[in-house]
Structures are given as structure tokens and as C-alpha cells.
Design a binder for this molecule. Sequence first.
Ligand code: ASP
Length: 332
Amino acid sequence: MPKRILILTTGGTIASMPTAQGLAPTGDGHALLDYIPQAAEFCQAQVEEVFNLDSTNFQPEHWLRLARRIRDNFEKYDGFVITHGTDTMAYTAAALSYLIQNPEKPIVLTGSQKPIFAPISDARKNLLDSLRFAAQDGVQGVYIVFDGKAILGTRARKVRSKSYSAFDSINYPVAAFIDDKRILRYTDTEPAHPGVRFFDALHPKVFLLKLIPGMEPEILEYLADHYDAIVIESYGVGGIPFHNKRNFLQKLQALTEKGKLVVLATQVMLEGSDAEVYEVGARAIRQYNALQAYDMTVEAAVVKLMWIMGQTRDPEKMRQLFYQPVQHDILV
Ligand code: ASP
């Protein structure tokens, strides 16, 4: 019995056509299948057009809508493939990883750097690879399949803006390599707990602040008035400047007193934070109750905070949920 796969289309380059204003997702989501007739040999795919957006326009409300479409169709299909723009795909992959936990079925996001209609394009390969991966026995969880790699949804990051090899797996092995019909799986995809669990709430008031030398700490006062969690993309293994007149530590106190969550992350792409190594980080963690992202991607950290605050606003519970692994997002 061939696997039944639901393809949810959302726009992106893969479904884009040239317009007077540049490439835009004007294509017909249903037409995507016409470009990969081989798919009929190994799966029964159906298409549903959910959005027709450049993924730059994606918002948390779109993630919730996608998760609901999967929940409503969950029993009817063996797997799901979502076609999506590459620019914010890593955020959507993280969001679906938190909104749909222990799915026991594959949920695969894919897209392309060139539109599917173009004579030279990565689109047909990526879509076909995604369907093959989603049709494999035993694959479960949320992934991005791109340029022959399957990357866990909580570990993906867009690392190249133009070439086909656009995504990498950050601080975690690539889950599988897909070479035409051959699929080599490197990680175990057993869910941590049996039984899918869907969530339907996100609180998007999360801010990501990238530190640069010379930044004025007053920015934190503004952020405290407008956001409930702040991820500070700091330097190296993680630290907060407190030298002379630009003292961010003083401002951190006001934030935590207001019940805001502060998470230290790093601007360095690989290996993550270890903020208690240096005084600049240890003070923030020990005196001001900041959390740290450790080996999580920044994409996963910000979306995890939205998911956590959709469930609870209790500071102790939030801290505990942040460090509790979901779909291999954190190794601590
Ligand atoms: N701007 C496009 C998008 O993210 C880029 C792509 O799909 O590759 O929708």
C-alpha cells in the first residue's frame, strides 16, 4: 500500500514566478506535482494550498494555522510535506516542532533556491527527496529536507542565501542523507514519549537583541515595556557588558523584577553558549537569573519561548520548560 502524503503548499521561491516587482509566489500550489511525475511510483500525494506567501511575510499566526491543518488531517495521512520559502523555514520548522510533539509520523518542510518552473533548479530534487523521506517507514518528527540532507526541525538554520546547500544542522548531526532512492539515516527518530500532542497557543512577545560594542543599555528599558522575553545574542560563550557607562547588568535587574525572561545566546553559529565560564556571563546567570541557550539554535530558542509563554507565565515553570528537551532541541 503506497504511503499517503499530504503536501501543504505555502508559497516561497519554489512556487514563484517572475513579476514586474521581482519573483513572487503567484504559482499554483497544485501544479507542483506535475513537475515530479516519478512521485506517483512510490506515494499517493495530495496537495492543499494553505498560503501563497513569500516566507518573509510569515508570522506566528501562520505557524498555528499550519499546525492546525496537520492536526485536522493527522489520521488521514501517513506523512506531511510542506513547501515553504527558505528565508524563514527554520523558524517554521522550530515552531512545528514545539506545536506538534511526538508526532510518530514525518512532517517535512522543503523549498528551493530556484523556482520549480526554471529549467535549472533545485526544486524538483528537493520536493522528490522530501516525498521519499516522508514515505520511508519509521521516520517521525519535524525535518527540513534540502539539498540531499534531512535536518531536524529544531536544529536547522539557513546558512547560505544563494547556493543550493542553503541549510545546515547546528550542533547536531544531519539526520539523514538522501541520494535519489538511497536514504541513509544517521540518527534515531524514536519519539521521546509515545502519542502525538498538539498545542494551539503561542505568545509572540519575544525579542532578539544582537549586541554590538557601543550599544546603549537603555534599549532594555524600551524592550521591557514591549516584550515579555528577551534573547540576547551575545558574544562567544556568552556575556553581558558591564564596563563603565554602558552597564547592561544594572538594566537586567529591572527586567527580571518585572518578571521578564532573559536568555543569553551567542552570535557564534556553532557550539553554543557556556555563559558561566567568564565573569561577564556568570554574573548575568547567577545574580540576575538569566537563562542561557546552550547548544540550541537561536531560531529554536525564540520560538520555544513563544510556545512556553503560550502555556504558562509562571517564572519557575517557564525556566523548567525552557531546559526540558523537545525534539532534540537542547542536549544539556
Ligand atoms: N524569499 C523567498 C521566501 O523565503 C526565498 C526562498 O523561498 O528561497 O519565500
